[in-house]
Design a binder for this molecule. Structure first.
Ligand code: CAA
Length: 240
């Protein structure tokens, strides 16, 4: 029987590419989304991948949603915590609301996604966890104090989980995408985006499929010794 993979924010952008790649690899995929019913329905029509609607920022919704996925498809053995938002503003203009929205979704949302799945992974002695962080969690970014804090925090989560899960054959790794051609990056003002692309040695934005490729590598059954690592995929824009 094929392993069940959960991808949060899995019906659009990088998440959609991850869902499709994992399906092509033979996983049974469940993709979550927060609000865009139309995009989710179109995604299911196109791919045959089941979608589930819940807000990752809410623990009880995540727990109930995960229980539903497991009732429908079986135990979740692969989880890709991908859902994320931006609320960019220079720090002097950033509101507490912008801070909390991003922390709740990008950081607490990762906790809420992994925590209900973790006991089952421990019992079954198998799990593959990938958290989608960001180049901006590695280097910081003007107007992203909130977002950069969450993406740096995501790296702390995987490094700690890696140590806790290793004996139970559970791995936790992070991917730090650079600037990828998704709605999130396209929302950056065009002039600013052009100046960002000028800083990427590859001379282009990345493709969502280039991130999905890295996920596929990390979640494989024979990737068990790759644990607590961070893969950068940013067209050589930044090195740690
Ligand atoms: N470095 C230094 N200064 C910068 C700057 C930068 N990167 N970007 C803007 N500035 C300066 C401007 O030159 C301007 O200076 P002046 O006032 O002297 O002219 C000032 O900051 C802009 O101030 P504003 O009050 O006009 O800013 P604003 O309130 O309109 O906010 C912004 C504009 C939100 C910063 C907008 O420029 C923006 O969205 N920038 C992009 C931020 C970014 O890269 N976000 C990443 C999104 S993609 C993503 O997050 C995915 C991922 O993981 C990679």
């Amino acid at each position: 029987m094929s392993r069940v993979a959960l991808v949060t924010g899995g019906s659009r952008g990088i998440g959609a590419a991850i869902s499709k790649k994992l399906k092509a690899d033979g996983y049974t995929v469940a993709a979550t989304y927060a609000g865009n019913d139309e995009a989710a329905a179109a995604f299911t029509d196109e791919t045959g991948i089941k979608t589930y609607k819940w807000n990752v920022a809410d623990y009880d919704s995540s727990k109930d949603g995960i229980a539903q996925v497991e009732a429908d498809l079986g135990p979740i053995e692969v989880v890709v915590a991908n859902a994320g938002i931006t609320r960019d503003a220079p720090f002097h203009k950033m509101t507490p609301e912008q801070w909390h929205q991003v922390i709740d979704t990008n950081l607490t949302g990762v906790f809420n996604t992994i925590h209900p799945i973790w006991p089952g992974m421990r019992e079954r002695k198998f799990g593959r966890i990938v958290v989608i962080s960001s180049i901006n969690g590695q280097k910081g970014q003007f107007a992203q104090v909130n977002y950069a804090a969450t993406k740096a925090g995501d790296l702390g989560i995987v490094k700690s989980l890696a140590q806790e899960g290793a004996r139970a054959n559970i791995t936790a790794n992070a991917i730090c995408p650079g600037y990828i051609g998704t709605d999130m990056v396209m929302a950056v003002p065009e002039k600013v985006r052009e100046s960002i692309i000028a800083q990427i040695p590859a001379g282009r934005l990345g493709e969502p499929e280039e991130i999905a490729r890295a996920v596929s590598f990390l979640v494989a059954d024979d990737a068990g010794f790759i644990n607590g690592s961070t893969i950068s995929a940013n067209g050589a824009q930044f090195f740690v």
